[in-house]
Ligand binder design. Structure first.
Ligand code: GLU
Length: 296
């Protein structure tokens, strides 16, 4: 390979908070096959920042299930819980730019603030359907913030989205098509998320922040994941621009839905790969079940 040509890097990044299901199988298989077709490297990353929901037995099951599908990944595997310093460092860079602030409301308090505002007009929701944070803590005086943090109050660190998008200007990303080499340019809309949480007192990071930091640190050039995460890519592009990180190419693939049209859940046993394996299904059966051709 000529020196100037960068070898593509793909990654599959599940969270060990339940057993992988058919939707993960589709994602991992599309990802792995795109990596192979591009002559790329393939990484597995364990996204285990949520200590209350992640469990070692789920992580062990991820390795077992992914290998069973015929997918091979590079060692060592990056486990996010072992890299909290990297995320802290990114947060302090955003802090130095004056782009984050602490908010102290509980979820119930936010719901109450939103209900109050909804008496006047419908309050906007983020792409996941949650009401946008009303921004109440954005203008708290510095001394009050310091005092409340010092007294041990729980808090979330939020991105000041207006300030962030003013700084970055309009951002786009390249979305790779299904089978061909075409790319579509998508305009990012991070403002649809409002002042997203980037960290909490007890967890110094969040999905958005750690995914962006890790993709850059691992040299990921191609992010392949489900369509449900497409709206999050807007936030990721924003963070990449703020932190001076490169933007990968993205491919958001179709989802596997249950008979009611809902996205599969890790809590449903029926579609868990280990359950299907125990019932005698083979990796070839799984490929068929998720609508992939039998020969990669
Ligand atoms: N950890 C995320 C999940 O399990 C996926 C993150 C990503 O691929 O960007 O849904």
């Amino acid at each position: 390979m000529p020196r100037a040509m960068i070898q593509p890097v793909f990654r599959f990044a599940p969270s060990p908070n339940g057993y992988l299901h058919l939707g993960h199988a589709l994602s991992a298989l599309i990802d792995f096959e795109m990596a192979r077709a591009a002559g790329g490297r393939f990484l597995l990353r364990i996204e285990d920042i949520d200590a209350t929901r992640c469990r070692p037995e789920f992580e062990a099951a991820i390795y077992e299930d992914v290998a069973w599908l015929g997918i091979a990944w590079e060692q060592p595997v990056r486990r996010q819980s072992e890299h909290l310093d990297a995320y802290r460092d990114a947060l302090s860079r955003l802090d130095a730019l004056g782009l984050i602030y602490p908010s102290f409301e509980t979820r119930a308090e936010i719901a109450r603030l939103v209900a109050e505002r909804e008496k006047a007009a419908r309050w906007p929701r983020d792409p996941d359907g949650a009401p946008l944070y009303p921004g109440t803590a954005k203008h708290l005086p510095a001394e009050e913030r310091a005092r409340r943090i010092g007294s041990g109050e729980p808090y979330a660190l939020r991105l000041d989205m207006n300030a962030a998008t003013t700084r970055t200007g309009t951002l786009t990303w390249a979305e790779a098509g299904d089978a061909d080499q075409t790319h579509e340019t998508i305009v990012a809309q991070p403002e649809a998320w409002g002042d997203v949480v980037l960290a909490r007192k007890e967890t110094p990071t969040s999905y958005h922040l750690s995914v962006v930091v890790d993709d850059a640190l691992q040299g990921v050039t191609h992010v392949v994941r489900g369509q449900d995460l497409l709206p999050s890519t807007s936030v990721h592009r924003d963070l990449q621009a703020l932190l001076g990180l490169p933007a990968p190419v993205y491919h958001h693939h179709r989802l596997i839905l249950d008979k009611d049209g809902h996205k599969l859940s890790k809590s449903t046993q029926a579609t868990a790969l280990r359950e299907l394996r125990a019932q005698g299904m083979t990796p070839a059966d799984i490929r068929r079940a998720v609508g992939l051709a039998s020969n990669p």
